[in-house]
Write a protein that binds this ligand. Structure first.
Ligand SMILES: NC(=O)c1ccc[n+]([C@@H]2O[C@H](COP(=O)([O-])OP(=O)(O)OC[C@H]3O[C@@H](n4cnc5c(N)ncnc54)[C@H](O)[C@@H]3O)[C@@H](O)[C@H]2O)c1
Length: 260
């Protein structure tokens, strides 16, 4: 059967990308890749503090929608999807590229994590994706693709990843269950698992530079990944070429995860 594939491959697609903090953000790589391949891209910014960093990037994308979103504020999340409904009447691609944990819980080891800190980390870094999926699904009228950013620390112990390990494990499992529940609506859900990237979120992890050095040394492909590698991998999975792929954890890590 011949696939009907537009040229460029995402032209006409409507995407929402959540998680751009600055030009190093993985979400920025996703937004740029989608735009380059023809999609219209809506973006959000966390708060007034992040606004000046994200605004020029939204302008570069010619984003028709640029809205505040702190996922801890339910009314803001609802407002984002209401704006998408008004502007586009539909959605094809959703990217959740956010994570957060209180500093003490992030840096103190899992054993020392507090119930409150663990719950906050899960809420912002995992359950917010479920909330987004619930609001996005009715807008994905012709099917669609949803992505959440995970990390290898979900599956194997990565020193200093601490509370984020179990949180990312929950995120990957959530992607699989959402893929199952949304499959009948032709909505595909993937967890992306990028290798280490020097971003603001990563700067909260102790000895992160060691992770970078080790990843470059151990990767069969012999080098680190960049944010565009993650963006183009998502872009491919959002095209009709990948229409029967769902529920995957997709490693964009130069092959590090296959090594013993
Ligand atoms: N950098 C890495 O090495 C790496 C590797 C694998 C996965 N990841 C994951 O990629 C995702 C993006 O992180 P990044 O590395 O691009 O860093 P980043 O700092 O650029 O992005 C993190 C984003 O989370 C947002 N955020 C935090 N709390 C929020 C809230 N309450 N509401 C809305 N947004 C909130 C921030 O505003 C920021 O835009 C995260 O899920 C991270 O765990 C990162």
């Amino acid at each position: 059967m011949t696939l009907q594939v537009p040229q460029p491959v995402l032209s006409g697609s409507k995407a929402l990308v959540v998680g751009i903090a600055n030009e190093n953000s993985i979400a920025w790589g996703c937004a740029k890749a989608f735009r380059e391949l023809g999609a219209d891209v809506a973006v959000t910014y966390l708060n007034e503090k992040s606004l000046p960093y994200v605004q020029p990037l939204a302008a570069e994308l010619e984003s028709p929608l640029f809205l505040p979103l702190d996922v801890s504020a339910p009314e803001q999340l609802e407002a984002v999807f209401a704006a998408i409904e008004r502007e586009w009447g539909r959605l094809d691609i959703l990217v959740h590229s956010i994570a957060w944990a209180p500093k003490d819980d992030l840096q103190g080891g899992l054993l020392n994590s507090s119930a409150e800190g663990f719950a906050k980390a899960i809420d912002v870094s995992c359950h917010s994706f479920i909330r987004m999926a619930k609001l996005a699904a009715p807008l994905m009228k012709d099917g669609g693709t949803m992505f959440a950013m995970s990390y290898y620390g979900a599956n194997r112990v990565v020193p200093n990843y601490n509370v984020m390990g179990p949180v990312k494990a929950a995120l990957e499992a959530s992607c699989r269950y959402l893929a199952y529940e949304l499959g009948p609506q032709r909505i595909r859900v993937h967890a992306m698992s990028p290798g280490p990237l020097k971003t603001r979120a990563a700067s909260g992890l102790k000895d992160f530079d060691l992770l970078l050095t080790e990843a470059a040394q151990r990767a069969p492909l012999g080098e680190l990944v960049d944010i565009m590698d993650v963006g183009f991998a998502c872009a491919y999975l959002a095209t009709p070429y990948a229409r029967r792929i769902s529920g995957e954890t997709v490693y964009v890590d130069g092959g590090v995860h296959i090594m013993a």
